[in-house]
Design a protein around this ligand. Structure first.
Ligand code: FES
Length: 293
């Protein structure tokens, strides 16, 4: 059974094939006339030409002779309702502006659907990116942690080197050791800077993961790894210079503390010295200064 869609009022009416469109519209309380034409018309005789409707969708038979005469020069979609037999599903209107509005609304709905689809795609891509960034974040965190370990080790090595130099007797070996200790200290400082860089990079990796940006997370992880490698290298340099200090200390003979200890033992029997030689020397100097005053 054909269905006629009166799009102006969004009403659909089913009918038998061959039903007259004007009569069908009247049964559906849909007026094909405008204004006074509702009263002043030819009642379906095909004489007044006021029952015009535009068929905007569906198939119809071509205009009959009456329509060809009354609608001469009128664009194609327009038909005389009183002359049109409904044979298939059709959509009609007496106001083509309605079609424009309907088209605009349909376009707006399509645009809205396209925007929602884009949002859904972006959300999906972000979720995939977050998942991909997970391993990068873990690696960056591990790099930062390892850099801290390297830095702590380098710091301890620099401290040990400095302590050895403090206790060495004056002489060329002590000067050499002091220079090496200075380099160890510099290496420890480099390692600390590398730790700071690694932490910043790890933070960047976390931010990138939040945004679902796997590419940025990967770049941040590479920076964290480079910083960790710098920390490892600095630690290696610190260790090398500590070894130089130890070697110089071995060549320099007994440490000041040992000398002082032996000196104390000689004066007080078997008792160890109360303070290291360098401290004792400083105290002595102060006493002498006071005496002179
Ligand atoms: S009603 Fe007059 S032409 Fe159709």
């Amino acid at each position: 059974m054909p269905v006629v869609h009166f799009i102006d009022v969004n009403r659909k009416v089913e009918c038998v094939p061959g039903a007259n469109l004007r009569e069908l519209a009247m049964e559906a309380s849909y007026s094909v006339y405008h204004g006074v034409r509702k009263l002043l018309n030819c009642h379906g005789e095909g004489l007044c030409g006021t029952c015009r409707v535009a068929v905007v969708a569906g198939r119809t038979m071509p205009r009959n002779e009456v329509e060809q005469k009354r609608l001469k020069g009128v664009p194609e979609p327009w038909r005389l309702a009183c002359q049109l037999e409904v044979l298939d599903n059709i959509t009609v209107t007496t106001n083509l502006g309605v079609i424009d509005r309907a088209a605009a609304e349909a376009q707006a709905r399509a645009d809205r659907a396209a925007r929602m689809r884009q949002v859904a795609i972006r959300e999906h891509e972000a979720a995939v990116g977050r998942k991909e960034a997970e391993s990068e974040v873990e690696a960056a965190d591990a790099d930062a942690k390892q850099a801290e370990v390297d830095s702590a080790k380098a710091g301890q090595e620099a401290k040990t080197a400095r302590g050895l130099v403090e206790n060495m007797p004056d002489g060329p070996a002590r000067d050499t050791a002091a220079e090496a200790a200075k380099k160890a200290h510099q290496a420890a400082s480099d390692a600390m800077h590398a730790v700071a860089d690694a932490k910043v990079a790890a933070h960047d990796a976390h931010v990138a993961q939040e945004k679902g940006d796997a590419k940025a997370a990967h770049a941040a992880e590479e920076q964290a790894r480079a910083a960790e490698q710098r920390a490892a290298k600095a630690e290696s340099v610190a260790a090398k210079h500590l070894a130089e200090v130890q070697e110089a200390a071995a060549k320099a003979g007994p440490a000041r503390a040992e000398v002082a200890s032996e000196a104390g033992a000689t004066a007080d029997g078997d008792k160890p010295a109360k303070a290291p030689a360098r401290t004792a020397a400083k105290s002595k100097t102060k006493t002498e200064t006071k005496t002179e005053e």
